[in-house]
Design a protein around this ligand. Structure first.
Ligand code: SF4
Length: 238
């Protein structure tokens, strides 16, 4: 079995605990308006096609300074759950910490088995308003909420991520509803607010795609602090 891979990062500091080896999988069913990696959308455009053993060997080369573990991101890693499962089995045989960064769009038996080999889930709940979620991602919010319910039922450690985009995800009511919703789960260890930025604009232009957020400015420090205060007011660790 082979995985379709976009790229690797050998010194990831924002994708789980410690310094990590990050594998960016190719292929994603979402079409987030703010996507930083639109070049990962089409699976067939993978730069690397590798076996789980080959990917683990890449990690092995740098393991002396990448002590945090492996994070599989994307794209959407659950699209290739079978491949990630085999990779994580090897990780567990070698005592390596495992994390996935996902939108939680799929939940099936293979994904559940994968989660049993996953130490930490970095879950993006990108909006709590179902209509705005659809506008932002082109897919429905419901699967992600079901995914979160499942993670809670198996008491899986979760770090939630929230991309703060002015005019799209920074409405006070939405932030409050989001915090109210996620604060009911005991398995949420922390929340990371990721401020929207324009660094992906050249990728959209290169792919000749219509980038609707080209006039949106990054959130100000004040806007970030406001979102943070709302989340903290619900007892979330931000
Ligand atoms: S889930 Fe991630 S990779 Fe997929 S479209 Fe959204 S931001 Fe891009």
């Amino acid at each position: 079995m082979k995985g379709y891979i976009h790229s690797y990062e050998t010194f990831g500091t924002k994708d789980g605990p410690g310094i990590r080896f990050v594998v960016f999988m190719q292929g994603c069913p979402l079409r987030c308006l703010y996507c930083h990696n639109p070049d990962t959308w089409k699976k067939e455009e993978a730069k690397f096609i590798k076996t789980p053993e080959e990917v683990f060997q890449e990690f092995d080369k740098v393991k002396n300074f990448v002590r945090g573990g492996i994070t599989v991101s994307g794209g959407e890693p659950l699209l290739q759950a079978e491949f990630v499962l085999e990779l994580f089995k090897i990780c567990k045989e070698n005592g390596v910490h495992t994390a996935i960064d996902t939108s939680g769009v799929y939940l099936n038996d293979k994904v559940k088995e994968l989660l049993s080999y996953t130490d930490l889930v970095l879950l993006d709940i990108k909006q709590i308003d179902a209509d705005k979620y659809k506008e932002l991602t082109r897919v429905s919010l419901e699967p992600t909420l079901k995914f979160m319910d499942y993670l809670s039922s198996v008491n899986k450690a979760v770090w939630l991520r929230y991309v703060l985009v002015p005019d799209y995800t920074d409405d006070e009511k939405d932030l409050t509803e989001w915090a109210k919703y996620v604060s009911r789960f005991n398995n949420v260890e922390r929340v990371d607010i990721l401020p929207f930025h324009q660094m992906a604009i050249h990728k959209w232009e290169k792919l000749d795609k219509d980038y609707k957020l080209k006039d949106i400015l990054p959130p100000t420090q004040e806007q970030i602090e406001k979102a943070s205060a709302i989340f903290k007011s619900f007892g979330l660790k931000v």
